[in-house]
Design a protein around this ligand. Structure first.
Ligand SMILES: C[S@@+](CC[C@H](N)C(=O)[O-])C[C@H]1O[C@@H](n2cnc3c(N)ncnc32)[C@H](O)[C@@H]1O
Length: 261
């Protein structure tokens, strides 16, 4: 029988190494990740401010969508649900020999998208390691979805980023609205939310394991942001996608919005 994993199943069945190997490694990984890397690069270059505080919510075992953020921020709080995924990011921070190799992603962002050189690639890796100040547990279902340590006193941010996460946690439109409302509590007025996600997806595979996803529509994402007091920044960017054995999404999207005062 086809078992579809959801919620707490992830602690046991979401294999972070398999996820990284399947979607973030090998010759096709940049082609697969290019859309999100480009969208985040455009987002950060448009924001332009520096010294910002960022919350990355549900980051999984991945740091690639933060590469372009590093020069603009003074601190990134990295929040993730599963311990295995938090450990993967910690390994990268510590330059552990068995950490995931993100060098292709750094090279693509810094050299290809930003037009800098190979020395800048190395500088960016150090910069991102320095800027990720905490790796914290999170769960969108908690009343306060991030487990804050006492060393992290300020819980308000200029930017909240989240990728492929909320649709993996909720089971209804109302649940999606609640999730956005909770992330909103972490933003200062005038702060930004940047969402990268999937449209129309009901499942995705990590190795042999099948995971549930709530199928989002463009309209639902836009309406939810507006109803929660955001003003969307421009049109939603969409990359069409053909269903395949790994997921049945019909597109990937990026949308950012500003929280109205
Ligand atoms: C498809 S992965 C995306 C990971 C990463 N952000 C990326 O872009 O590759 C979905 C993420 O949602 C997280 N997640 C699942 N349930 C969650 C919950 N209840 N609260 C917060 N995050 C959750 C998972 O641990 C996982 O990291």
């Amino acid at each position: 029988m086809d078992v579809v994993r959801f919620g707490e199943d992830r602690h046991e069945f979401f294999d972070s190494e398999t996820y990284l190997r399947s979607y973030f490694k090998g010759e096709h990984c940049i082609e697969y990740n290019e859309f999100s890397l480009r969208c985040f690069q455009e987002f950060w270059s448009e924001i332009g401010n520096t010294n910002l505080r960022v919350l990355e919510f549900g980051g999984g075992p991945t740091i690639c969508n933060l590469i372009t953020a590093a020069p603009y921020v003074k601190e990134i709080i990295f929040a993730e649900y599963t311990e295995k995924s938090r450990r993967e990011v910690q390994k990268w921070l510590e330059k552990s020999p068995d950490a995931h190799d993100w060098s292709l992603h750094f090279k693509f962002v810094v050299e290809t998208l930003e037009g800098r050189n190979s020395e800048d690639v190395k500088i960016r890796e150090c910069e991102l390691r320095e800027k990720i100040s905490h790796i914290l547990a999170c769960d969108i279902n908690w009343q306060d979805p991030v487990q804050w340590p006492s060393s992290c006193e300020v819980h308000s941010f200029d930017v909240v980023t989240t990728s492929l996460c909320l649709e993996a946690c909720v089971t209804s439109s109302e649940g999606y609205r609640h999730a956005i409302a909770k992330l909103k509590t972490f933003l200062k007025p005038g702060g930004f939310i940047a969402l990268y996600g999937v449209l129309g997806e009901t499942f995705y595979m990590v190795g042999q394991e099948k995971f549930y996803c709530f199928p989002l529509s463009k309209e639902l994402v836009e309406e939810t942001l507006i109803n929660e007091g955001f003003k969307t920044r421009g049109e939603m960017k969409i990359r069409s996608w053909g269903r395949n054995a790994n997921c049945d999404a019909n597109g990937f999207f990026f949308l950012s919005a500003v929280l109205l005062p």
